[in-house]
Design a protein around this ligand. Sequence first.
Ligand SMILES: Cc1cc2nc3c(=O)[nH]c(=O)nc-3n(C[C@H](O)[C@H](O)[C@H](O)COP(=O)(O)OP(=O)(O)OC[C@H]3O[C@@H](n4cnc5c(N)ncnc54)[C@H](O)[C@@H]3O)c2cc1C
Length: 340
Amino acid sequence: ELTVDGHDVTVFERRSTIAEEASFATGALVAPGWTADWTASQRGLRMPWDSRLDEGLRLARLPGTGDWSWLWQWSQAGKGARLAQAHRHLHALLRYSQQRQLAITAERELDHDRSQGMLVLWRDERDAHQAQPALALLRETGIAFKLLDAAQARALEPALSAETRLAGAVELSGEGVANCREFALLLRAAAQSMGCRFEFDTRVEAIAPRTEGHAGIVVRAGGAANGAEHASRPFDGVVVCAGVLSADLLQPLGLRLPLRAVHGTSLSAAVREPLDAPLSAVLDARSGVSIARLGQRVRVAGGQTFGPVAGEPSKAALGRLYQVLADWFPGAVRLGGPRG
Ligand SMILES: Cc1cc2nc3c(=O)[nH]c(=O)nc-3n(C[C@H](O)[C@H](O)[C@H](O)COP(=O)(O)OP(=O)(O)OC[C@H]3O[C@@H](n4cnc5c(N)ncnc54)[C@H](O)[C@@H]3O)c2cc1C
């Protein structure tokens, strides 16, 4: 966007390419409305020893003193007027992002995996009942949706398993799925062709105001992998988009962002039989697990864990994703192949 607006842009990225972190394998959902709290327990806290995986925010370990105030704010943000306000802000951002994504895709004729429509699935009446506050917020925010009975939902996603009880669904229409990493890689190529510079394997160590009375800022960056010298470079302005690490970069400047890492898990698997796979995306309201079709693959994502999560995802977290996939689309994917 900055390059298109005529700015001279340099992107610093500590990895060897873009979209290697949170944007690598998202659930791929872009339908407005998917971020609503579909169950009452979504804002509950689960202690590290609690084995229930389906509900709330799981704590990887007992939080430190600094974490409790964030967790308190997070739980309060899910209540009453604050929830409604947060949703309005989030949906304005989602809508804007989606408009830009669609406009850029059309203008530049970008070809990435995407599909239309998304269903939020209710396994029973309790799920439907718990979703009422979310539906009220969608109405208030002006997000279009349709309530479907089981037959209507199955007509839209014919591969939904008949073995799993379906009490009803919410149809969120419009764009439903987009491949975040593919889109980002296409954007990078387009930006490079317009003169945007990318400096990979380069970590930004600090951002500081320029000295000697000059306006602007200095970025101290250097090679993380190749041991290149760290050098201070002057710029007129900086856009910080370092994901959850943005807070660390901004804190020395006196900007304290209330950001904490909440980890999710995703898996991708090759479609075994297209007739058994989803046409677009579904979200299992009870577990918060999403299942999306990305061309010849299916992406399953879910879970929210607060605190450090080291290395590979836990067997329990992956097992839960496979279980929800098997509940709704048994036989959709080839199991045991390479992960990606
Ligand atoms: C399992 C899972 C499923 C998700 N599903 C969805 C979904 O369905 N729909 C949706 O909209 N969102 C989803 N999300 C959220 C989405 O992935 C994130 O909101 C999005 O990817 C964040 O993008 P970002 O560019 O801010 O961060 P990132 O993609 O993490 O990019 C930040 C970049 O900054 C770089 N960086 C950090 N610090 C420095 C530094 N000091 N110097 C240089 N470079 C640095 C990192 O290397 C990284 O490349 C999901 C997330 C997860 C984990």
